[in-house]
Structure formats: C-alpha cells, structure tokens
Design a binder for this molecule. Structure first.
Ligand SMILES: Nc1ncnc2c1ncn2[C@@H]1O[C@H](COP(=O)(O)OP(=O)(O)OP(=O)(O)O)[C@@H](O)[C@H]1O
Ligand SMILES: [Mg+2]
Length: 349
C-alpha cells in the first residue's frame, strides 16, 4: 500500500491493481482532525462535522502543523505525531477492513521535507499501526505514475507540477538506472488551494464589509461557537464555489449573516488567482533553468494535485512554455499510485 498524507486529503492506493481505499465511499480521506470532549481524536469527514458544534477542537490541516511540537485542540495539547497518527489510523482501519490486514506501506513526503519531518511522518504511521517499508518524495512518486502511463526514455527529464491544498511543489525528475531522480526542485510553502480560498474570502469581504459591516466583523473575528461555525461555513462555501468555477462560469457563494450572498464569476476567480499563479510560474521557470532543460526537450509536464484542476494552470503553462501539460482525471491520486511502483528510500534514521 502507498499513502499520500496531504494537507487537505489523504489517499491510500492498494498494491493490487488500480484500487484506492474508499473512506465513507470516497477515494479522498479528509486529513482533518477533531478532539472530542473525552480527548479522543476523530479524523476524516466526521471531524469537520463534529467541529460544527465545537470548533475549538478542530484542526483542518495537520500537515501544516508539522513543525509544531504540539497542537492545541479543545483546550488540550496533543503531540503533532499523535494528530497525524489519527489520520493515518483511519487508513490502517480501512485497510484492515478491506484487505483483512494492514499491508506494508510506503509513505510519500513533500520534496522540501528534510529527515526530521520525514521521521515524524514515519513515527506517526507506526503509531497508527502501519508497517512502514520506506518513503518516497511526492514528485518522484508522481514521475513513476506518469512513466507507467506514458513511458519516459532514459536520460529524459519530466517536470512534476504539484499544486495541492497547502503547497506548490515543482520538480524536474530525470529517468536513470530504471528509476527517477530529482535533478531540480523548488517549492512554495504557502501556495496552494487554501491560499486561493483565502483570496476568495477577502474578495467577498470587499463587498460584504461595506454592505453589512457587523456581519462581516463577526465572520472575520468570531467570538462565539456559532460565529466560528459561520466562518467555517463561509470558507467551505468559498472552496466549493472555487471548485465549481473549474466547470462553470458562475457560482453562488452564500455568506452567513448577509442574506443576498454573492456570486463569483470565473473571470473574477482568474483575477484573484493571477498573482498566485505568477509565483507558481516563476517557480516553474526557475526549476527548468536549474535543470538546464528547455521546454521542448521535456518528456512532459505532469499536473498533479487538486488545484491543478483550475483551467488557468494548464492555460498559463501552454502560453508561457508552449507545452501542453498532461492532465489526469484524478490529479489528487497520482502521487499515491506512483508511490506503489517507486523504489522506496530507506527509512530516515
Ligand atoms: N475543481 C477544482 N478547482 C480548483 N481547485 C480544486 C478543485 N478540486 C479540488 N481543488 C482543490 O485542491 C485542493 C486539494 O488537492 P489535493 O488533495 O491534491 O491536496 P493535498 O494533497 O491535500 O495538499 P498538499 O499536497 O499541498 O499537501 C483543495 O485546496 C481543493 O480546493
Ligand atoms: Mg498532495
């Protein structure tokens, strides 16, 4: 089994065939965690639901907390390793249910993560009962998947553009000795779907703060549980509207306390994304330069991660580099699938 622990989603691919584990019927397990009043940790979609009543116990993106020693949930401190283990524990439980045992597991990690962060991930997996066989970096895993589907000749270079929820990771990966090696890498730690959501919320604020200042003040600085709940709803709806705009040109966005709500157009979203994509494209150009490879010589550019579903991403790459990027049906699961066939690295000490 291979497990891609993401900022927003965790994906587990099974070694037999093309299967991924389903969680409540879905291929993506929400990485969110909630601490209930008894101190027990609940991970997955239920965490967000439970947090509606008690937002103080909620951590939507534990991966972003990887450098903290502990996380404060519902007035109690939890070691980060325990919070991550709660998410991976869902994977172990589901594997046990479906396969009958917990299979040997390869874990993926962002290319920017050093030994310490990798070690923490491995410790969390072991705590969750996953027998860890090795680790592999996310872009290398994605390269294996791409190679399995399209084939990459030895010596050729491929670029993986992983635009997820928390970070952007761009890696140039070269095929050599039957494996893949990262030859150039750059990442932006604070550039992902969550940052687009934030830009959408700020955009909504420009309208609502003027028309309903009291409602907007409650949403930006919530005090009561109900106000926290309202803020979370707004963020969830901002994300949903953003995702809908990959498919349509207009999306409604309800705003708690502001009855008319607002509408967002795809052009408005594109304007909001532009400065973020400018940074992403600078990163991509930098990686190509560091890898000393010209766009026409690439074996391909693979788009990975849910945020690469934004049509603007492939459009910009085509316009600036003249390369039609490879888009897969489910960019969220590419890393987990690829990790199954990757040569895993030995475990960090
Ligand atoms: N249709 C869509 N349009 C735009 N963004 C989308 C779409 N579908 C999903 N996303 C975004 O993709 C992100 C989730 O992608 P993914 O599961 O690849 O991230 P992750 O692996 O959890 O994060 P990371 O790799 O940064 O740790 C979310 O921010 C989500 O809003
Ligand atoms: Mg990811």
């Amino acid at each position: 089994m291979a497990v891609d622990f993401g900022t927003y989603n965790t994906v587990a691919a099974l070694s037999d065939g093309e299967r991924v584990l389903l969680f409540d019927g879905m291929p993506l397990l929400s990485s969110a965690v909630y601490a209930d009043r008894s101190g027990a940790l609940v991970a997955g979609r239920d965490a967000a639901h439970l947090a509606r009543l008690d937002p103080a116990g909620f951590e939507p993106n534990p991966k972003r907390r990887i450098d903290d020693t502990s996380v404060l949930l519902g007035g109690r401190e939890y070691p980060v390793v325990e919070v991550v283990a709660a998410v991976l524990g869902r994977v172990a439980d589901e594997a046990r249910r479906v396969v009958g045992r917990v299979p040997e597991t390869v874990l993926t990690y962002p290319a920017a993560w050093g030994r310490r962060r990798q070690g923490l991930l491995v410790a969390a997996a072991r705590r969750a009962g996953l027998p860890v066989a090795g680790v592999v970096s996310e872009p290398v895993a994605a390269a294996y998947r791409f190679a399995a589907l399209e084939g990459v000749a030895a010596g050729r270079t491929l670029v993986v553009f992983d635009f997820g929820a928390g970070t952007l990771d761009v890696a140039a990966v070269r095929a050599a000795d039957g494996g893949y090696q990262v030859v150039a890498y750059d990442g932006v730690e604070d550039l992902g779907g969550l940052d687009i959501d934030e830009a959408v919320v700020r955009h909504v604020g420009r309208t609502v703060a003027e028309r309903a200042p009291a409602a907007w003040a409650r949403l930006t600085a919530p005090g009561t549980a109900e106000e926290f709940r309202a803020r979370r709803l707004l963020w969830d709806d901002a994300r949903a509207a953003k995702e809908m705009l990959s498919r349509t040109s207009l999306a409604p966005l309800p705003v708690p306390g502001y009855e008319p709500g607002v509408h967002l157009t795809r052009d408005e979203l594109n304007d909001l994304c532009r400065p973020l994509l400018d940074r992403a494209m600078r990163t991509l150009h930098g990686v190509l330069a560091a890898a000393r490879v010209a766009p026409p010589d690439l074996a391909g550019i693979v788009l990975v991660g849910g945020s690469s579903r934004l049509p603007l991403v492939a459009d910009r790459i085509l316009r600036e580099l003249g390369v039609a990027a490879t888009v897969t049906d489910q960019p969220e699961v590419v890393v987990a699938h690829g990790a199954l066939t990757a040569h895993p690295l030995p475990l960090p000490a």
